[in-house]
Ligand binder design. Structure first.
Ligand code: NAP
Length: 295
């Protein structure tokens, strides 16, 4: 398979949530033919209206695609879509299979091996950049897997992100994403603490963000999540329940490697408390509510 920026491919896309919806839209807009599946059918409608084809099962998507991309929620969802008699491995034909879900490194290694047995190539290619990055096709994409498969995928991945990096063998993409989530865990706690301090000190929080957003504290978390926190907008760009999934994977991997991660462990405790208060479907910036509660 040789895809250039001038050729079109038969692409299948499974998982049309906050991220997948925008990502699949970019592939369609670039002229690729797109076969779609999502657990809830209604989320496919906007793309079907623009010319994408709905399929009733992941197997149908796989049977008619040269490249299949999955962007579902949890590792268990990835297993369900990839494995088994109705999964994409069993039903694709010499295809390139790319999982962009944030999932476990061990599962990525297993999927690459299973895909190879089925005559396919597989990549783990999780992303960073949030709902904004997906909408604006400015994601960072960290890719693990065979270098030749990476080269095949590159023209397609470049339609979704501005920073596409091959980071190593199968599983390395997911390990890289875990490192990314560990950085975010302590960063979002710092942003919430800085804003809680500013509020207690009676500062104008919008002016505060202007003042410090361009300095050494500047980051995606401060510059994108900060204004949402100031507005009291806790709607999900990134669900707390997904961040807890990621922290669980990262901390289990760290434990296996005998590595202590106090920042990520604290973030896991604070987000678990928010989740127990019923906030698991809010965005990660809702961590600010922990500080409002004065806990
Ligand atoms: P989301 O809105 O929950 O999207 C997941 C989509 O996958 C949903 O539409 C869901 O269907 C579908 N799905 C789940 N299991 C499925 C299955 N077995 N078969 C078919 N479809 C299935 O979540 P998201 O925010 O787009 O995130 C997707 C993944 O990217 C997660 O792993 C997340 O951790 C990661 N991620 C998210 C962000 C972010 O900022 N949002 C950034 C980077 C990475 P339903 O419509 O039925 O729920």
């Amino acid at each position: 398979m040789n895809i250039t920026s001038n050729t079109t491919a038969r692409i299948g896309f499974i998982g049309l949530g906050i991220m997948g919806q925008s990502m699949a839209g970019h592939l369609l807009a670039a002229g690729h033919s797109l076969a779609l599946y999502n657990r809830s059918r209604e989320k496919a409608q906007v793309l079907v209206d623009k010319g994408a084809q709905w399929c009733d099962t992941p197997a149908q998507v796989a049977a008619q695609s040269d490249i299949v991309i999955t962007m579902v929620g949890y590792p268990s969802d990835v297993e369900q879509v990839w494995l088994g008699s109705e999964g994409i491995i069993a039903n694709a034909r010499n295809a390139l299979l790319i999982d962009m879900t944030t999932s476990s490194p061990a599962l990525a290694v297993r999927l690459a091996a299973e895909a190879e047995k089925g005559g396919h190539q597989a990549l783990d290619a999780p992303v960073s950049g949030g709902d904004v990055g997906a909408r604006e096709a400015r994601l960072s994409i960290m890719v693990g897997g065979d270098p030749a498969a990476y080269q095949t995928a590159l023209p397609v991945l470049r339609l979704l992100g501005t920073n596409v990096v091959h980071v190593g063998a199968a599983g390395a993409g997911q390990h890289t994403k875990m490192s990314n989530q560990i950085v975010i865990a302590s960063t979002i706690m710092g942003v919430c603490e800085g804003l809680a301090y500013a509020r207690a000190a009676g500062l104008d929080e919008t002016v505060l963000l202007q003042a410090i957003g361009g300095g050494a504290a500047g980051s995606f978390q401060l510059n994108v999540m900060g204004p949402r926190i100031v507005k009291g907008d806790f709607a999900p760009g990134f669900f707390i329940e997904h961040f807890l999934k990621d922290l669980g994977i990262a901390l289990a991997e760290a434990e296996r490697m005998k590595l202590a991660l106090p920042g990520a462990s604290l973030a896991q405790r604070l987000y678990t408390e928010l989740s127990e208060r019923g906030l698991s479907r809010q965005g990660t910036q809702a961590l600010f509510q922990h500080y409002l509660a004065g806990a």
